[in-house]
Write a protein that binds this ligand. Structure first.
Ligand code: NAP
Length: 287
């Protein structure tokens, strides 16, 4: 039995792919309604993370941030004390390396095997089973869960010991955040110089300067509508974790910290639940 905790935008789709591939699932989410579509497809409901752990051989988590992971793992009715020795916890949430190592150590104390496996790819790749996994953990454990990861993703990159998956995820999201902000600024300049928005967006997307993911944000920017694929508040969180990790390693990341504050301000303006591309609103002077 596979346990799955965290059924938001990403987790619900990842869990559904496991179900569709014939795996038995027991699921838990803070807000039960989000589990209903999976329960109708045959997943079993756990009344607590603890209950999910008691019935699972492998447990996946896909939660908002380190605090949410810690709550589900270790607070009241958390799952970690109820996973027996030898079982596996795979954390797909985007957290920071220090937190990942802390969770790995807690698992090691109890003989539980742990893997960090955050993902690149948003709502649609999650739905299609085309995520990219960045994985940290012991080779034999990674090999054991590889078939499950391949149900949810198109690539599995094993990068070394616990923490390495989380580290690479932060590296990738730093690029994502800055590229989105840079694109937004360029569009704003184009508009201010008198071009219509669609022309500027199309011109930029036809140059090698635009990152491939920006094609998927084209309509959002043109129509000024930002339904969440990757919620902006999570990008703010990721940049905070990037900044924190850089501080811990004794390096400075001036652009990342500037980007962090941009996304933070956009969140303060009330756009935290919108897609992270809503940072365009901020950079184009909307309020
Ligand atoms: P989401 O839709 O906001 O879902 C967040 C999940 O965390 C929900 O299950 C939510 O429960 C739970 N949660 C939040 N705070 C909690 C708390 N204090 N206690 C218990 N549960 C809590 O986010 P998502 O887009 O699926 O993202 C999940 C993770 O994947 C994040 O770490 C994100 O950075 C990362 N990620 C997202 C994307 C993307 O494109 N969306 C891509 C790559 C990585 P409720 O349902 O009760 O709120």
């Amino acid at each position: 039995m596979i346990g799955f905790i965290g059924l938001g935008i990403m987790g619900s789709r990842m869990a559904e792919n496991l179900l569709n591939s014939g795996y038995s699932l027991i699921v838990y989410n803070r807000t039960k309604e989000k589990a209903e579509p999976l329960l109708q497809k045959g997943a079993k409901w756990a009344n607590s993370p603890k209950e999910a752990a008691e019935q699972s051989d492998v447990i996946f988590t896909m939660l908002a941030n380190p605090q949410a992971v810690e709550t589900m793992a270790l607070k009241e009715h958390g799952f970690l004390p109820y996973l027996s020795a030898g079982k596996l916890w795979v954390d797909c949430s985007t957290v920071d390396p220090a937190f990942t190592r802390k969770m790995a150590a807690k698992c090691a104390e109890r003989g539980i095997r742990f893997i960090d496996a955050p993902v690149a790819g948003s709502k649609l790749p999650a739905e299609k089973g085309e995520l990219v996994f960045f994985v940290g953990g012991r080779q034999e454990d990674v090999d054991e869960i590889r078939p499950l990861l391949h149900v949810m993703g198109k690539a599995v990159h094993h990068l070394g010991e616990n923490g390495k998956g989380t580290m690479m995820k932060l590296v990738v999201n730093l690029m994502l955040a800055e590229a989105m902000a840079a694109f937004s600024e360029a569009v704003s300049l184009g508009e201010a110089l008198g071009f219509d928005k669609e022309t500027v967006v199309n011109m930029l997307l036809n140059t090698p300067t635009a990152a491939p993911f920006l094609q998927g944000k084209k309509d959002y920017i043109i129509h000024n509508r930002f339904p969440a694929e990757f919620p902006l508040e999570h990008m703010h969180k990721d940049l905070h974790l990037v900044a924190q990790s850089a501080y811990e390693r004794g390096i400075t990341l001036p652009l990342a910290n500037l980007a962090k504050e941009l996304y933070g301000l956009a969140k303060q303006y009330g756009w935290g639940q919108d897609d992270f591309s809503a940072v365009y609103r901020l950079l184009s002077g909307q309020k």
